[in-house]
Design a protein around this ligand. Structure first.
Ligand SMILES: [Ca+2]
Ligand SMILES: [Ca+2]
Length: 223
């Protein structure tokens, strides 16, 4: 039996409508500008005790409330290492996401963090991080936190934590390690409110250093 394309559309809309009606604000697909991939295929040389299943598939659409915008572009970035080995902190929010040399910031080895100051608290709907994507790597102990406190001493919400053995001492994380790719990693803050986004890492499978190509934070400003 052949199913007519128009019929499929009607069925899809009919199935989605009741779900959307029961879930508060209207949602739309988050539109991203992605850099070109620098490697293809599924790497086999990565050793990780906590790696997610590698599918090689792209993330697919991610839905956010209507009115969600990029809040992080050109915003100030601070780090536990303010004197990067390569690059400048500004490069983390400059909108450039290419993977090659000249596009990543390299900071000190071991447990380090960078944090974006959005300038004002906002309801956050997507956080994307590109550590490095010119080679397949896993960054260790990736922890993403949101707070209204620039020092992250109070009111801290952890959005993601894949430090499964608590190496970094911020608590055991239940999330999986993942291989860096050109589409970046999307973390879902689920509307949590905050002004600062802090990202930890602790070296990677190629070396002990920490890298960032870009961080993007999407949300809706608070009225
Ligand atoms: Ca950049
Ligand atoms: Ca760990």
């Amino acid at each position: 039996m052949k199913i007519h394309a128009a019929m499929v559309t009607i069925l899809t809309v009919a199935m989605l409508a009741p779900i959307q009606a029961g879930q508060g604000p209207e949602k739309t697909e988050l539109k991203l500008t992605l850099p070109k991939p620098m490697f293809i295929g599924t790497p086999t040389n990565i050793k990780s005790a906590n790696l997610e299943v590698v599918t090689g598939k792209s993330r697919g659409p991610f839905m956010v409330p209507v009115g969600t915008k990029l809040l992080s572009q050109k915003k100030a970035v601070k780090s536990s290492d303010m004197q990067p080995v390569i690059g400048e902190m500004e490069m983390i929010t400059d909108g450039e996401k290419e993977g090659g040399d000249g596009y990543f910031v390299e900071i000190a080895p071991g447990k380090q963090w960078v944090q974006v100051d959005l300038g004002a608290s906002a309801a956050l709907h997507a956080i994307l991080v590109w550590h490095y994507h010119s080679q397949a790597r896993v960054y260790r102990d990736v922890i993403v936190q949101v707070s209204d406190d620039k020092d992250f001493l109070k009111g801290v919400t952890t959005i993601f934590n894949n430090d499964h053995d608590n190496t970094s001492g911020l608590g055991i994380g239940k999330d999986k390690e993942y291989i860096e790719v050109a589409e970046g990693r999307l973390f879902d803050p689920k509307g949590i409110k905050g002004r600062y986004v802090r990202c930890y890492s602790n070296g990677n499978t190629s070396n002990d250093l920490n890298h960032y190509v870009e961080i993007e934070v999407y949300g809706t400003p608070l009225k």
